[in-house]
Design a protein around this ligand. Sequence first.
Ligand code: FES
Ligand code: FES
Length: 173
Amino acid sequence: MTVNGRTHVIVHEARVSLLDLLREQMALPGTKKGCNEGACGACTVLLDGARINACMTLAAACDGRAIVTVEGLASADGTLDAVQRAFIAEDAFQCGYCTPGQIVSAVACIREGHAGSATEIAEWMSGNLCRCAAYPQIVAAVERAAAELGAAGRAVHPSGAVQPATVLSVRAG
Ligand code: FES
Ligand code: FES
């Protein structure tokens, strides 16, 4: 699979979830484990550009596909993505645990063209729960990023260029 623009060849147990693979085998802890049962959105990543719950996705089902996690949104030089900057500008987090999932979901929400109003954003971000209830700031951040990105935000795929293959780990499965 390709993760954040780099191709990895991984052997893993057939039952492992994409979330556990990312966090435990690929050292990408930005994707959070909240409920681990598809109810909170903390584990949101992009799979071929569409947002999914990584806890409900078998890693084996991602063979040959492109994953983007929150770690893959910033540029290689560390420049933050427009959505990441907007979350900071709007102070759209308290404890921050839901934030990576919110940001990844917001990237897709804007690209899908579902950020036309606060009401629309709230509806299309409703799969991402925030136990701190930072929802007004989160909606404001999505509005800010959508305004900055404009039409370009709906055309750019955030996965970036595919890099040469890297063998990350090989484990008996
Ligand atoms: S951890 Fe995946 S939806 Fe909650
Ligand atoms: S900022 Fe704490 S759960 Fe959202």
